[in-house]
Write a new protein. Structure first.
Length: 148
């Protein structure tokens, strides 16, 4: 956890579960994305994220999900955004890899990829993932504003 992180209070969305995730960036500008098994939930590619379990903080959840879904150990470096998704409202953090290997990704993930920032919109097929891509410098959100 990054106890020195300046982040706003999280405001729950009525009727939605609370989730947290990370955008893990490499020094060369690529970001790690997951490819959920059998395109679960309609996601061809997405960011690592998951529901907050009882007793875990948002940051702890984000770090745990990075390990379970990406196989990576990460260090949170910043706050990115709170995004309302189809079934949840999720807090996303910016992070860097400090260890691990994608070979250790869990069963929920079919594959893990490193994607150049400028190509993120090609792979992230759900518009709910686009604010994080924009926040890390992928360029403006595509005009459609809807799932591809």
């Amino acid at each position: 956890m990054n106890r020195n992180l300046d982040e706003p209070p999280f405001k729950r969305a009525p009727g939605k579960e609370v989730a947290a995730g990370v955008v893990v960036e490499e020094p060369d500008g690529r970001a790690w994305i997951i490819h959920p098994t059998n395109a679960y939930g309609g996601y061809k590619s997405s960011w690592s994220k998951g529901a907050v379990e009882s007793g875990l903080s948002l940051q702890a959840t984000a770090v745990k999900e990075a390990f379970e879904e990406l196989g990576l150990r990460v260090r949170i470096t910043g706050f990115l955004a709170d995004v309302e998704r189809t079934t949840s409202k999720a807090r996303f953090y910016r992070a860097v890899r400090v260890g691990g290997t994608p070979a250790d990704c869990g069963w929920e993930v079919q594959a893990v990829s490193l994607c150049p920032r400028h190509r993120l919109y090609e792979y992230l097929n759900m518009s709910t993932d686009w604010p994080m891509a924009q926040a890390i410098g992928a360029g403006p959100i595509p005009d459609s504003g809807k799932s591809k």
